[in-house]
Design a binder for this molecule. Structure first.
Ligand SMILES: Cc1cc2nc3c(=O)[nH]c(=O)nc-3n(C[C@H](O)[C@H](O)[C@H](O)COP(=O)(O)OP(=O)(O)OC[C@H]3O[C@@H](n4cnc5c(N)ncnc54)[C@H](O)[C@@H]3O)c2cc1C
Length: 441
């Protein structure tokens, strides 16, 4: 049995970034992946001549975020990003740009004027109380919502909660929207996320990777130092055997030893993989109470360019809520010449019937764009988990550090900062820091 410096379980973006960083820090890394492909929910593949991603993606914080930090330090081949463009809000047949500034908010006519004013008042009251020391981490956003606001305004905020936190307005903690100290340490803490919304004009440093999401994975693979990273696909880890330390990682094919082990699957599965005697009960119970975020994406290949705006659309009155991205507007090579490829990402409730929800979601597309059906050339459905943990009230959340000395976790259920790929990147940076402080790196 060959002993590895590090065993990384899972080859999603978190596992790959960890393997890249550690291999470039001089470690020999073995990656074990249960599927026959690598990349997890951050990859692309071909469907009938179209290159679809695992869900539509905006890669955020490209100027100074954690992914950028890892790219600068460890990538020898860097993916190319094209600007992500504007966010448009669609309500009924009306479309307007997302109101990033106070000024834009006050003139954002898709929502009633009284609602906009009531919300401003609620917001400033909240900031006042926050500044006076009130803790908003266990209070849902709905609690500060004025009773009188219209259903459309409530749906607008609910949409934001689902896409930013992975849960509803009744379950999303206010602190998620106002606590942004980490991103802007020089800003008065309570201004928090509002600083992003109202002062920076929002989504400036966001991009779409040319060639699709796969180009990020390909850049990582091309940056691995020669001979230092071994990847084994179709190897599902079924047991992590440990005492005080991990002794062996067992797959359905073989077993492996490593000085350190980094797990990037669902933290909620960890108690099933590790002998329960090694994990304190409270630790396991917390992991088992994590709630995953679920989504359905419908990809449509269209024979006509129906979405002409450069950017993405937030569909507020769609049921379920939708975020719509025509990826060929960023890179026309993703579809056969002259055709358009569009991803419609829908939020999913905890419990759902797959065929019913697919019909409902498809119906919502046709309702919003009645003309679309006669231009459909390809249709492809994906049911995926965008974040391994929602940041809702009363649900568990994982951590990078585990009670076992040489076992670490990375992924979107181990770190609360940011979201998606950047949340993964934050977890990897944190993992590297902890390994250093443990004397393992
Ligand atoms: C529809 C959708 C839209 C999204 N939009 C955005 C966006 O706009 N911006 C953004 O930044 N992010 C977005 N994301 C989120 C982003 O893609 C994910 O957060 C990120 O890719 C998660 O990476 P990960 O490595 O943590 O997890 P995963 O990709 O889930 O990787 C985990 C890997 O571990 C493997 N594994 C698990 N258990 C085992 C085991 N026992 N043995 C071996 N292997 C195992 C899995 O097979 C998988 O390959 C979106 C995701 C989706 C689905």
């Amino acid at each position: 049995m060959k002993k590895n410096d590090v065993i990384v379980i899972g080859s999603g973006i978190s596992g790959l970034l960890t393997a890249l960083a550690l291999s470039r820090e001089g470690k020999h890394v073995l990656i074990l992946e249960k599927e026959d492909h690598i990349g997890g929910v951050c990859r692309s593949y071909e469907v009938d001549g179209y290159r679809v991603d695992t869900g539509p993606h905006a890669i955020t914080r490209l100027e100074n975020g954690p992914l950028k930090e890892l790219m600068d330090k460890y990538f020898t081949v860097v993916p190319q990003f094209v600007p992500f463009g504007k966010y448009y809000v669609r309500i009924g047949s009306e479309i307007k740009t997302f109101p990033w500034s106070i000024n834009a908010w006050l003139t954002f006519s898709l929502l009633p004027m009284t609602d906009r004013l009531l919300l401003m008042r609620a917001l400033f009251n909240t900031l006042y109380l926050l500044n006076a020391g009130k803790d908003f981490s266990n209070i849902p956003l709905s609690e500060i919502l004025p009773d009188k606001v219209s259903i459309t305004t409530r749906r607008f905020l609910d949409w934001l909660c689902y896409f930013m936190v992975g849960t509803s307005i009744d379950n999303a903690p206010i602190s998620r929207f106002i606590d942004n100290k980490i991103h802007h340490p020089h800003v008065v803490p309570y201004v928090g996320k509002l600083y992003d919304l109202f002062i920076t004009e929002g989504a400036k440093d966001q991009g779409y990777p040319k060639g699709g999401l796969q180009s990020i994975v390909n850049s990582i693979l091309a940056s691995f130092p020669k001979g230092e990273v071994e990847i084994r696909t179709n190897e599902k880890v079924t047991k992590i055997e440990c005492g005080e330390r991990v002794e062996r990682v067992v797959t359905d094919e073989d077993s492996y030893e490593g000085e350190m082990v980094v797990y990037s699957g669902f933290s909620s599965n960890l108690p099933h993989l590790v002998d329960c005697d090694c994990l304190p009960l409270a630790y396991s119970q917390n992991l088992l109470s994590i709630k995953k975020v679920r989504s359905l994406t419908i990809w449509l290949g269209l024979t006509k360019k129906i979405f002409t705006k450069y950017g993405s659309e937030m569909w507020i009155d769609s049921d379920p809520y939708a975020w719509v991205i025509p990826t060929t507007n960023y890179d026309p090579t993703l579809a056969p010449r002259g055709n358009q490829l569009v991803g419609f990402a829908f939020t999913l409730p905890g419990e759902y019937n797959a065929s019913t929800i697919k019909k409902k979601a498809f119906g919502s597309i046709v309702n919003n764009i009645p003309d679309i059906e006669k231009h459909i050339d390809m249709i492809h459905y994906q049911e995926l988990i965008p974040e391994k943990a929602s940041w809702g009230l009363n649900s568990g959340f994982g951590d990078v550090r585990t009670p076992i000395k040489n076992l670490y976790c990375v992924g979107t259920d181990t770190e609360k900062r940011s979201a998606g790929v950047n949340r993964s990147a934050y977890s990897v940076l944190k993992c590297l820091d902890i390994m250093k402080s443990d004397g393992n790196l």
